[in-house]
Design a protein around this ligand. Sequence first.
Ligand SMILES: C[S@@+](CC[C@H](N)C(=O)[O-])C[C@H]1O[C@@H](n2cnc3c(N)ncnc32)[C@H](O)[C@@H]1O
Length: 438
Amino acid sequence: MNENMNAPGFAARRAATQLVHGVLQRGRPLDEALDDPKSPFAALDQRDRALARAIAGTTLRRLGNLRAVVARYLRKPLDPRGSLESILLTGAAQLLLMDVPDHAAVGVAVDQANADRQARPFAGLVNAVLRNIAREREELSTFIADTSRDVPEWLQARRVKAWGAEGAKAIAEGERNEPPLDITVKTDPAGWAEKFGGRALPTGTVRLVPHGPVMELPGFSDGEWWVQDAAAALPAQLLHAKPGMRIADLCAAPGGKTAQLAAAGADVTAVDRSAPRLRRLTENLKRLGLEAQTIAADAAALHTAPFDAILLDAPCSATGTIRRHPDVAWLKSEKDIASLADLQTRLLDGAVRLLKPGGILVYSTCSLEPEEGENQIEALLTRNPDLERDAVRPEEVPGLESAINDKGELRTLPSHLPNPEPRLAGLDGFFAARLVRR
Ligand SMILES: C[S@@+](CC[C@H](N)C(=O)[O-])C[C@H]1O[C@@H](n2cnc3c(N)ncnc32)[C@H](O)[C@@H]1O
């Protein structure tokens, strides 16, 4: 073993580089790598894990800009196979965006290159590029202030088309911040907010600045609350679930919304096509002391007795969750949006078939793409004259009244819920529409 591999911060930075490399070269979602008990990340102590996660997250959050910065100092494009690009990107992220001393960022990046057979011949290049970046930090900081470069070009172009240049900029600014930890509590949001030193949002979510592992926070093992973005908590609320109501949650796993419906006392049937994900839902409900029937099936082809209410939180491109999952921007492609939109159409038609006359359907996605939100509902209403929108009322979403569009649908954006403390600002981009069957 190279003695520099024992240098302080080496293991954390190498894990960060591997996390970034996994996303960029192997298409591996960041969460999957973070949860892998066999990964080098899993072997780190808590402090190093936090550092590795912060470096990888910052790198992916600003990837487009960091790639443009690194490219300025290269004569030809990097060979994408080795870890060289990820070493340079994580190094640049530390120099330009994190409070890391130059010698630590540059020195450990060079050590990483030396410890990697493919990158070793380029250790001198790593040193030169990162030293140049450190030297030109001031000019580069202005360069990377341009938010339009944070996400891939195809995604930026869609955003400008859907939300205008200013809207796209506001979304990207919202995505630059590390998100808060949002939790849904069974009861007493104000009391839990006080206990955590956080705040209770008017919609009921308890919001705090994350610190340490979630599982170690008070109330987790007692099943008093679960992690759920403030926007993700809204679709289930729109159903106003109560005891005696028979509700189907058609794309239910891992169960955040099922838990809300079950906690309200409804009789919930949780459907998901993925049996392993449904097992996770069952485990989650068990921790929370809540119950639901489960069915592992394609919800579009389900035949059961009709329901009083249906929640369809459909699989989607997840482009509304980029501030929590910055890898999504680089793992998805424009083709995915078209195929997911087809699946959503099929699932919506299946949901309508399972709805009683007078029944309520809430459709939601955590996407910013109109094809997965507004356009789906427009087309569904054309196909089904017996359905109509039941407009979301301002008093149902206190603090987020401006997220209701002129059709009465909910469209949250990462730029909503501004806060002077960036770590307490924003929420995921969600679309939700409520429909009634006449
Ligand atoms: C956005 S996630 C649901 C999140 C969940 N509602 C929650 O709040 O925890 C979408 C889910 O849809 C499931 N899914 C995808 N296609 C499906 C289908 N045809 N039928 C049923 N479930 C499906 C996926 O396995 C995934 O668990």
